[in-house]
Design a binder for this molecule. Sequence first.
Ligand SMILES: [Zn+2]
Length: 160
Amino acid sequence: MEIEGATFNISSSLVMKICFGDDYCVPTITLCGPERLILSLQKWKKLTEESKSILLAIEGKSEESEWCLGGYFYVTILNNIVDIRKRNKVGEDFIETSNQGLLLTYSDFRQLMKLTNIVEQLVPELVNLKPCWEGDDHYNQIGALMCPECNPDEYLDWLE
Ligand SMILES: [Zn+2]
């Protein structure tokens, strides 16, 4: 029988679920805390790539406090909390925070990032995954506008 998913208890308040996907859906990584947040593989990979820099900020060794995961998703650090959250595009460029997000304690975040290698073993396509914005189709503006990852709120408008 095929395994369909894997669950990791990170702390009493945080669970990570990997859905491996099938012919109809791609794998996703869901973080379940007080809220639920589904991350695409690309966003998870970006998060793990930025984790070194985020951990430096957590340790007070860096002034950086904001990282973009693509598709309006941002990681921000404020008051001992790591906030992973999608923002809303309002009008042309004003972006406000949405309720699609999750607040993690520093300890939860550290534990979560310790699973990076295990997740890559379970989802091997992560290893060579390139962000969509490095693809040829994103060289022109239209390609990025039609991309659900880069333009999640409006990409359907461009797919005519
Ligand atoms: Zn894209």
